[in-house]
Design a protein. Structure first.
Length: 192
C-alpha cells in the first residue's frame, strides 16, 4: 500500500479474474509464438550471419513482416508433411491476428444485460473495430494459440515432443504421461 494518504480511484474494467488470467495467458502465448517464429526464421539464415546482414524485417518490431519471412524461408521450404502442418499453422495465425490485436490493443466493454459476453473496440486507421467474445470465446482463442505454439515447435506432434523430452533424460510424471497417451490415442482414432 502506498504511503500517500490520498484516496485514489481505480478503474474497474468489469472483467472477471478468470478473464484477466485468460487475457494474460493469451499475451504470454502470443509472445512465445512470435519468439518461436522469429527464432526459426533467424535459424534459416545460418549461424555465420551478422545482425547487420539480416533483412529489415528481422531488425524491426513488426511481427507481420517476420511472419511473412517465416512463411518464405521456413514454411515454403519445408518437406511435404512438415510443410502441410506449418502452412496450416501459418493460416491459423493469420486468422487469429485480429482477435489478438483486439485483446491486446482494444478497450474492454460489457453490458450487465449480457454478463457472459465481453467486447473490445479499437481504432485502426479511420475505422472503429468492435470484437465480441461470447461465453468461452476468449478461452478458445487462448487454447488455439497454445495449440499453434505446440504445432510450430513440434510439427511431428506429441510423439516428437516426447522423443525430445526423453532424449534429455527428463522425468515425466506418470499421471501426465497417461493423460497424454490417452489424448494421442483419441487423436489417432479421430484421424482414422
Amino acid at each position: 500500500m502506498s504511503d500517500d494518504k490520498e484516496l485514489k480511484g481505480l478503474w474497474d474494467t468489469g472483467l472477471t479474474h478468470e478473464e484477466c488470467m485468460i487475457i494474460g495467458d493469451i499475451v504470454a502465448q502470443w509472445g512465445a509464438l512470435e519468439a518461436e517464429i522469429f527464432s526459426q526464421t533467424l535459424e534459416s539464415f545460418g549461424s555465420d550471419i551478422h545482425v547487420s546482414q539480416l533483412p529489415r524485417a528481422m531488425r524491426n518490431r513488426n511481427f507481420s513482416e517476420v511472419l511473412e519471412l517465416w512463411k518464405e524461408r521456413v514454411v515454403d521450404t519445408a518437406e511435404d508433411a512438415l510443410k502441410k502442418i506449418l502452412k496450416e499453422a501459418y493460416e491459423k495465425i493469420l486468422k487469429l491476428k485480429d482477435a489478438r490485436h483486439s485483446i491486446v490493443h482494444g478497450m474492454w466493454d460489457f453490458t450487465v444485460s449480457e454478463p457472459k459476453t465481453i467486447s473490445t473496440f479499437r481504432v485502426k486507421d479511420d475505422q472503429i473495430i468492435h470484437t465480441t467474445f461470447k461465453d468461452g470465446a476468449l478461452a478458445d482463442v487462448g487454447m488455439r494459440i497454445a495449440e499453434l505454439n505446440m504445432s510450430i515447435r513440434y510439427p511431428g506432434g506429441i510423439r516428437e515432443f516426447f522423443k525430445e523430452q526423453m532424449s534429455g533424460g527428463v522425468y515425466v510424471n506418470h499421471a501426465e504421461m497417461r493423460r497424454m497417451k490417452l489424448q494421442l490415442e483419441r487423436e489417432q482414432n479421430e484421424k482414422a
